[in-house]
Design a protein around this ligand. Structure first.
Ligand code: CA
Length: 239
């Protein structure tokens, strides 16, 4: 398995509110995209990645733990959420902070993915498959048949229906993917997917094939070339 990752502030933002946690020893990968003023977004995303990672590693190593991997990932989301809510109570500047989180674990040629928010996981082979469905108002309106994609006002694609630390009702979503040798999994923040279409991402990934370091650099470069409006983060895992 080959792994590469990169996070970049982009061309327009002052700070980077994305956080990554890459744990190759446990085949465990986390990506979070925070929101909130006064560096609160940075605090939220960093806490989410750190707290969820710590919980998952502890659960995986506990002999008497009977939870399935899915349950563990889901619980980790709530643990991170609670920690962020508690932290926000300690500082007025942190009030209302929130974050997305997407977690990927690979075990025996199976990927288990859990997410909240609009940071995405893709499976890239001959074609590109978006595994996670964004938790945004835009996506919800289309799914419920209330509007067509064309009718959704642009800002609704960026309004989250749930976020760690900021939602009262959290519904982490789980996905399972069977992997084959040569498959590529990509975790990314919306700073990548707002700048590049799925086909463009796939083209870059296929161009560099198994040179994962080159691929992540090329992805970030391409998003910046298109304007880099937001922080850009990618984790690439080639099986
Ligand atoms: Ca973002």
């Amino acid at each position: 398995m080959k792994v590469a990752y990169k996070t970049d502030v982009g061309k327009k933002r002052e700070g980077n509110e994305d956080s990554l946690k890459v744990d190759e020893g446990n085949n465990l990968f986390l990506l979070a995209d925070g929101m909130g003023g006064h560096q609160a977004g940075e605090v939220a995303s960093e806490m989410a990645a750190k707290e969820a990672h710590a919980y998952i590693v502890q659960a995986l190593n506990e002999e008497e733990n009977k939870d399935s991997l899915s349950k563990t990932l889901s619980k980790a989301m709530f643990k991170a959420h609670d920690a962020i809510v508690e932290k926000a109570k300690t500082d007025l500047n942190l009030m209302g902070m929130g974050t997305t989180l997407v977690v990927l674990v690979i075990r025996e040629e199976k990927a288990t993915i859990c997410h909240v928010g609009d940071s995405r996981a893709y499976l890239l082979k001959d074609a590109s498959e978006q595994i996670t469905k964004d938790h945004t108002v835009g996506y919800y309106l289309v799914k419920q048949g209330i509007m067509t994609e064309e009718q959704v006002p642009p800002q609704k694609w960026h309004t989250l229906t749930q976020a760690l630390g900021a939602s009262t009702d959290l519904l982490p979503e789980l996905h399972h993917v069977d992997l084959k040798e040569g498959d590529t999994l990509l975790l990314c923040s919306d700073g990548l997917t707002d700048m590049l279409a799925d086909e463009e991402i796939l083209k870059i990934v296929r161009k560099h094939n198994d040179k994962v370091d080159k691929t992540v650099n090329a992805l970030v470069k391409a998003a910046n070339k298109k304007g880099g409006r937001d922080n850009i983060s990618v984790v690439l895992v080639r099986v």
